[in-house]
Design a protein around this ligand. Structure first.
Ligand SMILES: Cc1cc2nc3c(=O)[nH]c(=O)nc-3n(C[C@H](O)[C@H](O)[C@H](O)COP(=O)(O)OP(=O)(O)OC[C@H]3O[C@@H](n4cnc5c(N)ncnc54)[C@H](O)[C@@H]3O)c2cc1C
Ligand code: FES
Ligand code: FES
Length: 476
């Protein structure tokens, strides 16, 4: 059991908890704050959304996350806001009142999660657009109210004059923000762990000591893949090592040739990075196709790569960008091209004592595009995804990488198709031949997300979309 300390809705508390608990279990079952709801326990419904504040480089930053995917130990040192910290039945918070005024509530089960997602948006962006409101809500399912009334409620707050009069941020935030800046409490082991352990190293030295000691330990980073496996598939790990708090992994460095992104930077933080926004639009396109705001606020690039899913969106985009992985063990560091990283279904070139320390993406100017086909527009896994990056000189393709997910046991490059396209001038006939080559080299299987035939159609369609978007060629 461990004693952790954090601010909950403005008040410092220090509960003694089992390291296996999720934040949702701690909030509801141990602390009795049942306003936070449980729906799916796998990050899909948003009913459990809370807002979490932490010191990032000397500023307290707040973001909405799914509490069902957040290990409770990671609440230490943070400010946690649940629905109970916003309003009361007699004094509603302005977001609660707006939803009521615009008939955005029926049974109310999803409402706390929706309000927390909107709070996570408005605290960072007082005047969001309709699109930004939709992005903030894409991870929240509501089964009985029409979404339009929820959006209208949110838009009603989004009037800068009105906003100025509304008190979105509760008074207690100022005091807590100051206290969090110099918060020095440590997690205390209250009694020895049982047979299962959850370890939170603060440095790489500590991490590699743990890895040497526990050879079968499982790494967790954002937890958006791993905690789903624990919650839903009931996977049991004897020892979990959480690398999300290691400061040495928390960097984005840019030089003239490349950008290097540390292992535990979240997708949301990568999306906001100025170099990535300007020079790597393909990466940001893929990030915006992954999960929801709450998921992107926790998930990392290295998790998406190491999880080795055949349909990993960001890994597919990174393949098209010639990415290299910087892999570390206690003794040495090595670089692996991402194209050599996958060895088979869920098999990678990572050795048991190694972790992905960072990823390195070259910054050479290329034309790029990302496509994803899934059953739903948001928060859905792709049937097929694909990414292309290329260089053109004197109207001829000089260098091209086309990567596909969902057509092989892991994300792959369509090598023969790329070879064929070198030194070609793009026209309708060239694209049709490229489609035939792609269909002959990629062998998708049939499964829940699509039959072989459907996926073959998607391979063809994705190539059409890439070239028509990049070269303005109509193929339909
Ligand atoms: C609701 C929901 C929607 C999702 N939607 C999408 C989607 O649209 N597209 C998509 O591609 N994915 C999606 N995912 C999957 C997941 O969010 C991503 O794969 C995410 O990038 C994983 O990152 P993480 O940091 O959370 O990984 P974790 O869950 O922490 O780890 C995943 C795996 O990677 C390993 N690992 C993590 N970091 C490292 C490291 N630095 N070195 C070595 N091993 C490491 C872990 O041991 C584990 O095996 C979704 C998940 C959920 C719950
Ligand atoms: S309970 Fe559904 S997202 Fe957490
Ligand atoms: S109000 Fe009933 S689920 Fe949204």
């Amino acid at each position: 059991m461990r004693k952790i300390s954090f601010f909950l809705n403005g008040k410092l508390i220090s509960p003694i908890i089992s390291p296996q608990l999720t934040a949702l279990q701690l909030i509801r079952d141990n602390l009795g704050l049942t306003g936070t709801k449980e729906g799916c326990s796998e990050g899909d419904c948003g009913a459990c959304t809370i807002v979490i504040g932490e010191n990032q480089n000397g500023r307290i930053r707040y973001k909405a996350v799914n509490s069902c995917l957040l290990p409770a130990l990671r609440m230490h040192d943070k400010h946690i806001i649940t629905i109970e910290g916003l309003g009361t039945p007699v004094k509603l918070h302005p977001i609660q009142k707006a939803l009521l005024d615009y008939h955005g509530v029926q049974c109310g089960y999803c409402t706390p999660g929706i309000i927390m997602s909107l709070f996570g948006l408005f605290i960072n962006n007082p005047n969001p657009s309709r699109t930004e409101i939709l992005n903030a809500l894409e991870g929240n399912l509501c089964r009985c109210t029409g979404y339009e009334s929820i959006i209208q409620g949110a838009l009603s707050i989004n009037h800068i004059n009105r906003y100025k009069k509304l008190k979105i941020i509760p008074d207690y935030f100022d005091k807590v923000n100051k206290l969090l800046m110099n918060f020095n409490e440590k997690i205390i082991t209250a009694s020895p762990d049982s047979d299962k352990q959850y370890l939170l190293p603060a440095s790489t030295k500590e991490l590699f000591n743990y890895l040497a000691r526990y050879r079968h330990a499982k790494i967790v980073n954002g937890g958006t893949d791993l905690i789903v496996d624990v919650n839903i598939k009931k996977y049991e790990y004897g020892v979990i090592i959480d690398i999300s708090l290691i400061k040495e992994f928390n960097f984005i460095k840019t030089n003239q040739k490349s950008v290097i992104i540390g292992a535990n930077i979240t997708l949301s933080d990568i999306f906001k990075n100025a170099t990535v926004q300007k020079q790597l639009p393909l990466l940001n396109q893929a990030i915006m196709h992954l999960g929801s705001t709450q998921i992107r606020n926790l998930a990392t690039l290295t998790g998406n790569i190491a999880n080795a899913s055949p349909i990993a969106d960001v890994a597919t985009a990174l393949l098209a960008l010639n990415t290299r992985l910087i892999v570390s063990s206690a003794r040495k560091q090595r670089k692996i091209p991402l194209s050599d990283f996958y060895l088979g279904y869920k098999k990678t070139a990572l050795k048991p004592d190694e972790i992905i320390y960072a990823i390195e993406i070259p910054l050479s100017p290329r034309m790029t595009n990302f496509e994803k086909t899934a059953k739903r527009q948001s928060v859905d896994i792709a049937s097929v995804n694909s990414a292309v990056s290329l260089k053109v000189q004197h109207n001829l393709i000089k260098d091209i990488i086309i990567a596909f997910g969902g057509v092989a046991p892991y994300p792959v490059i369509a090598e023969k198709t790329c070879q064929y396209l070198i030194n070609k001038k793009i026209d309708v006939q060239i694209i049709k031949t490229a489609q035939q080559i792609a269909l002959s080299e990629l062998k998708p299987i049939s499964d829940l997300r699509g039959s072989t035939k459907f996926r073959q159609t998607l391979i063809r369609n994705h190539l059409t979309k890439h070239f028509s978007k990049l070269f303005g060629i109509e193929l339909y």
